[in-house]
Design a protein around this ligand. Structure first.
Ligand code: BES
Ligand code: MN
Ligand code: ZN
Length: 505
């Protein structure tokens, strides 16, 4: 995917020898597709018969058209994108095109097309075309994703290696469209990077992997990277990360990656849960579905992927990323219910359930990051609670925030990229649920409002700094079924939301 070459051409041309030519077809009225004289007889016939309406997810395949444009590819498809008119909002248009892009990628995979040529539908304005090309490119690249690393290839049954060359056809506005393509490619590629990390099993992607990746990114983009190992974490009294790691044979890491723009600019601190496998620890999880807990590092992956974009785009703000990384195991020295631990900032915590480990490692990272960098905004991302799935299902990421402006900005950023957020409240009544008789706080707050009490635990470590917590347990995998989101596997959720947020800063 990284190697996908994307170019803009002014028209479909025989000499490109595409495996697949795609025409995106919007709807003018409710069920009448928009057809121009460029498009083929096959399409007209299909429309007359009502077989193709240009609706979202409509696909029509055509071969051997005796028409100048059609013969430029081995095959032609018409992809419906739904209703597009002058009053369409940017967000809606972009999402429609992303979905069309996902459908294009799925078809390309089906016919093993590696060179494809895409003609966007007619747009109501130049800026709409920019938005459309952004969405289309992003959707194609995100939809083209697959993870086959551990699948042995059978002889004579070679797999599709993905889209190698993508030509987008546009006659004008080239400068703006090139920019749209570059931005979309950067975002999509970084999302796929996050998906790759998440797809790696727990025996391959460890705390060490986060450290190595951060070092690579630092080298590639001249960022500052610091990896704190177990010895240093002991010295720093990072009692939370060390406590969760006690049952494991793999040492923990606290990975810090810094991008500095200028002293005067705003500073954003990103913290991602890098729990590389969550067995629950002594409060062990049931066996059914436990394998999915290799995805418990998706927050950390999203933060690293966002830093990849930061490294490329060099925004006009400072961005610091911190990933506390460990697994949660039940070895002989493991943390036990009833234990009392002391966090980095000396807040003490009574452990009720060792499976509520995410908040324990995030607490140290948040306290450290805020003390060290005095950020203007803090955003943490974590697959933190099963309760968020009960509340919001797989269609919204849970947002908990102590600052209305920050919350609104994040909701807007999420809306722009098809990653909806839903805000839940915080407050002293919820905080009470994590009062402990023996320590300052305890690590669970009972059955009620599990997502909120988890956030209140984190809240105790951020104080007044504007802070948003994104609970991605419901959306990091199994996210809303869409053409550009892999079914079942990791979605790379919130990478694009972060990117959008940073671009808006
Ligand atoms: N990583 C899990 C949360 C999770 C659950 C993510 C299901 C995705 C799907 C987290 O560490 C956890 O185990 N949370 C517990 C907290 C409880 C013990 C208070 C939970 O949600 O059950
Ligand atoms: Mn857990
Ligand atoms: Zn967990």
């Amino acid at each position: 995917m990284e190697n996908t070459k994307i170019v803009i051409n002014s028209k479909v041309n025989k000499k490109y020898a595409s495996d697949l030519v795609v025409y995106c077809i919007g709807q003018k009225t409710k069920d009448k597709p928009h057809i121009t004289k460029l498009q083929s007889e096959v399409l007209k016939k299909a429309c007359d018969l009502g077989d193709f309406k240009g609706e979202e997810n409509d696909v029509l395949l055509a071969y051997d058209q005796d028409n100048e444009t059609e013969t430029a590819g081995k095959r032609t498809i018409f992809i419906g994108v739904g209703k597009i008119n002058k009053s369409i909002g940017d967000e809606e248009l972009q999402e429609k095109m992303r979905i069309a892009g996902g459908n294009i990628a799925a078809f390309a995979t089906k016919v093993k097309a590696s060179k494809i040529c895409v003609v966007p539908c007619e747009m109501p304005s130049k800026s709409a075309l920019h938005t459309a090309v952004y969405g289309l490119t992003e959707g194609i690249l995100l939809g083209d994703y697959s993870f086959k690393k551990y699948k042995t290839e059978k002889k004579g049954k070679e797999r599709h290696k993905g889209i190698r060359e993508l030509r987008i056809i546009a006659e004008e506005n080239l400068q703006s469209l090139r920019r749209a393509i570059t931005l979309a490619k950067t975002a999509a590629f970084s999302v796929c990077q996050a998906r790759d990390m998440a797809n790696e099993p727990g025996n391959s992607w460890t705390s060490e992997s986060f450290a190595r990746l951060a070092e690579e990114l630092a080298e590639k983009y001249q960022l500052k990277c610091t990896v704190f190992d177990k010895k240093q974490l002991i010295k720093m009294q990072m009692g939370g990360i060390l406590a969760v790691n006690k049952g494991s044979d793999i040492p923990p890491k606290l990975v810090v990656l810094e991008y500095h723009f200028s002293k005067k600019a705003k500073t954003l601190l990103l913290v991602g849960k890098g729990l590389t496998f969550d067995s629950g620890g002594i409060s062990i999880k049931p066996a059914a579905g436990m394998e999915d807990m290799k995805y418990d590092m998706c927050g950390g992956a999203a933060v690293m992927a966002a830093m990849n974009v930061v490294g490329i785009e060099k925004p006009e703000c400072n961005v610091i990323a911190i990933v506390p990384a460990t697994d949660n195991m039940s070895g002989g020295a493991a943390l036990k219910p009833g234990d009392v631990i002391s966090h980095y900032n000396k807040i003490t915590s009574e452990i009720i359930n060792t499976d509520a480990e995410g908040r324990i490692i995030l607490a140290d990272a948040l306290a450290y990051g805020i003390e060290k960098y005095t950020p203007d905004y803090v955003i943490d991302l974590a697959t933190l609670t099963g309760a968020v799935i009960v509340g919001l299902g797989h269609h919204h990421t849970g947002l908990l925030c102590n600052d209305d402006k920050l919350a609104d900005r994040l909701i807007l950023a999420g809306k722009k990229c098809g990653e909806p957020l839903w805000r839940l409240p915080l407050g002293p009544d919820y905080k009470k649920q994590i009062d402990s008789k023996v320590a300052d706080i305890k690590n669970t707050g009972g059955k009620a409002a599990g997502t909120i009490t988890a956030a209140e635990y984190l809240h105790a470590f951020v104080g007044e700094t504007p802070w948003a917590h994104l609970d991605i347990a419901g959306t990091a995998w199994g996210f809303t079924e869409k053409s550009y989101i892999p079914g079942g596997g990791p979605s790379g959720i919130c990478v694009r939301t972060l990117v959008e947020f940073i671009r808006m800063l």
